[in-house]
Design a protein around this ligand. Structure first.
Ligand code: 7TS
Length: 416
């Protein structure tokens, strides 16, 4: 086992905050949770914040004048302020609560895309995207007639940047929509440079931050992105809550997407006017408990420090990459550790990823197998599926060792 080193926070204390990690799995085998790219575990602090809302001040927001509603509204809006600071948005009005990355991207497609994209326009995406950053654009393209072009991959699992640059130079590109960190390859895309080039070409840029915001410091102003989408449940928060950051001038100019309560200023039978930002995009009773839970998750991440979390995960992932590379017949996907987030996907000659996941599960090790909602990427790689171990701030070097041992046992089971 490698030295624990590099952690600037107390890993044992952190792990003790996560009830699931201390509970037995499969009777007496402890849980080794390596499916963090799908969803993270939740610390007691987040669970407590959810319970406190439902037990002590459950009320709707922005409506009642009564004390309970004021308290709920305050907590809901405090969370927005925490998120504004967390990603360094310039205003609270730029932080829209959604149900997750998927809804955030669909919001941009339906509100901005419908108003701005037409036949002859081009949207640039990449072949490594999650389905949630492909399908919304395909649905809209079928209606509005614009084209979608996909930046190809290089053999090392990074984007073909020259192809990106030439697409921007040769096509009437209105929008670039790209993931920050791949949920399969782990590739960290050079977003600041992609944004610079997109803007130079007169295009906007939307970034899918589902796999970046939980793991590294994100500054939307330094990146100079127009839209940035992420999910609460991958960053210690509850499911059902997510965020869309949008630059204020774009959000102001966009029509609302969903209609209903809270998003209006006036409603008359002849027509309606819209509420100010961010409420214009938050129709109906919002995900109040979810937003409050996400605020508690942001507090937790801030207390550890995103720089420390990132440094620790980098060391852990580098160790995992090194150990996985030693395993015979294992094909690790994606770039070297320096350009990789906390994701390692691989295939094993002679063992189907689903069988592998099942064998590891019997040893208490939770990984994911399948196409990870990235079918076009797997097709490019000539694969139907892959196995994926993904890490988070509470994973340990000995858990990586357990994974490697598990893989050797799987080889034995398959007589490889
Ligand atoms: N974008 C990326 C890069 C993702 O990894 C995911 C979820 C999403 C978008 C969608 O997020 P949601 O919260 O709206 O569902 N990715 C995965 C995964 O890799 N395994 O399970 C979910």
């Amino acid at each position: 086992m490698a030295a624990l080193a590099t952690s600037h926070y107390d890993l044992d204390a952190v792990r003790a905050d996560f009830p699931v990690l201390t509970e037995a799995h499969h009777d007496d085998v402890p849980l080794v949770y390596l499916d963090n790219a799908a969803t993270s575990q939740k610390p007691r602090q987040v669970i407590d914040a959810l319970v406190a809302y439902y037990q002590r001040y459950n009320a709707n927001v922005h409506r009642g004048i009564h004390k309970l509603s004021e308290e709920a509204t305050q907590a809901y809006e405090d969370s927005r302020t925490k998120i504004k600071r967390f990603i360094n948005a310039s205003s609270r009005r730029e932080v829209i609560f959604t149900s997750g990355t998927t809804e955030s991207i669909n919001l941009v497609a339906q509100a901005w895309g419908r108003a701005n994209l037409q036949a002859g326009d081009v949207v640039v995406s990449t072949v490594m995207e999650h389905h949630s950053n492909i399908v919304p654009w395909q649905l809209l393209a079928a209606e509005c007639g614009f084209s979608i072009r996909y930046v190809p991959l290089l053999s090392d699992g990074t984007l073909d940047f020259d192809a990106y640059t030439s697409l921007l130079r040769s096509e009437p590109v209105k929008l670039v929509t790209v993931m920050h960190v791949s949920n399969v390859l782990g590739t960290i895309n050079p977003i600041a440079e992609m944004a610079r080039q997109a803007h130079e070409a007169g295009a906007l840029i939307l970034v899918d931050g589902a796999q970046s915001v939980p793991h590294m410091p994100i500054d939307v102003q330094a990146l100079d992105v127009d839209f940035y989408a992420f999910s609460g449940h991958k960053m210690l928060g509850p499911t059902g809550i997510g965020v869309l950051f949008g630059k204020r001038q774009h959000l102001e100019a966009m029509p609302p997407w969903m209609g209903g309560g809270d998003m209006i200023s006036t409603v008359r039978l002849e027509g309606s006017t819209w509420n100010e930002l961010p409420y214009k995009f938050e129709a109906g009773t919002p995900i109040i408990a979810g937003a409050i839970g996400l605020g508690a998750a942001v507090d937790y991440l801030n207390a550890l420090g995103m720089d420390c979390i990132h440094a620790y995960e980098k060391a852990l992932t580098a160790y995992a990459v090194e150990r996985l590379s030693e395993v015979p017949q294992l094909n690790l996907l994606g770039p070297d550790a320096a350009r990789r987030g906390a994701v390692t996907a691989f295939t094993f000659a002679g063992i189907h990823p689903h069988d592998l996941a099942q064998l590891l599960d019997q040893q208490g090790i939770a990984i994911r197998a399948g196409h990870h909602c990235a079918m076009p990427l797997h097709e490019q790689l000539g694969l139907a599926a892959s196995a994926r171990a993904s890490f988070y701030l509470y994973n340990t070097f000995s858990e990586v060792d357990a994974l490697i041992e598990g893989l050797y046992k799987a080889r034995q089971a398959f007589a490889l």
